[in-house]
Design a protein around this ligand. Structure first.
Ligand code: UGY
Ligand code: MN
Length: 254
């Protein structure tokens, strides 16, 4: 890096408990036990007000987690491959994944990671405490998002969505990919109890967070806390696309 070339400035916005826009330029590396030859940063976390933890990871040559990530009886995890070729082992099951590949590990199942190539692999990783439902249990799920068909989002032909996990009550969260063609937008500004952690995969847009319109682009991370106003307009020439988590299928607790 070295000496700065201009006045220091940042597009990041941090509103604890409400929302955060975290741009890649401000990230620093965090050492997380179990990860070797990896550069990683913690994004959303309980310190920001999120009930989950998100990480962005670059796995270098030989990058791995062979101790196993999570695996506690009440913690679930999810990984999405942004680039490269990675072996993900969920308990006894092995998956070789490339860009858009993902794995969900239910509570009690450790996730092992290994970069299979000499070049870097990039990952978006998530964990949260699972909210159990009596008689129900989620299971290991894997796939490649680019093999899942989009469907129209809210009856609009220029907004597209896909679900990465089963829409099943055994699961207390899901990951989705939402994509806006240039000039498309949400149908309304949402205000809902669920939280999101979103990683922007492509494009540019104006994002409404707490009723402020904020420019965002590929590589940005957004945390949206409960009830925070949220909506997007896509601008530019490429679709504005992001992968994001959303809690679901559970009542609010008193
Ligand atoms: O699923 C959602 O709540 C999604 N439409 N929210 C968002 O894109 N900010
Ligand atoms: Mn939402």
């Amino acid at each position: 890096m070295g000496y700065p070339k201009d006045l220091l400035s940042s597009r990041s916005i941090i509103k604890h408990g409400l929302y955060a826009l975290i741009t890649p330029e401000g990230l620093v590396n965090n050492v997380v036990p179990g990860f070797e030859n990896c550069s990683m940063s913690i994004l959303g976390s309980p310190k920001l007000g999120a009930s989950f933890v998100d990480y962005i990871i670059t796995m270098h040559e030989g990058g791995k987690n062979s101790e196993g990530f999570c695996g506690q009886p009440d913690v679930e995890s999810f990984v999405y491959i942004l680039g490269g070729k990675v072996k993900v082992t969920a308990g006894e099951q092995e998956f070789i994944l490339e860009e858009s590949g993902y794995v969900y590990c239910p509570p009690g199942t450790k996730m092992y990671l290994e970069n299979l190539e000499a070049s870097d692999a990039r990952l978006f990783l998530y964990k949260q405490k699972h909210k159990p439902l009596e008689g129900r249990k989620p299971w290991v799920v894997s796939g490649h998002a680019n093999q899942i068909e989009y469907r129209d989002y809210d009856d609009m032909h220029n907004v597209h969505i896909k679900d990465l996990l089963p829409m099943d009550i055994d699961f207390d969260m899901n990951f989705h990919i939402l994509s806006f063609d240039p000039a498309a937008s949400h149908p309304f500004i949402e205000t809902h109890v669920q939280e999101h952690g979103a990683y922007l995969l492509s494009g540019e847009g104006m994002y409404n967070l707490d009723n402020q319109w904020i420019p965002v682009k590929k590589g940005d991370y957004i945390f949206m806390g409960p009830y925070v106003h949220q909506a997007a307009y896509a601008v530019g020439r490429e679709p504005l696309t992001y992968v994001y988590s959303k809690d679901c299928n559970r009542d609010a607790s008193l």
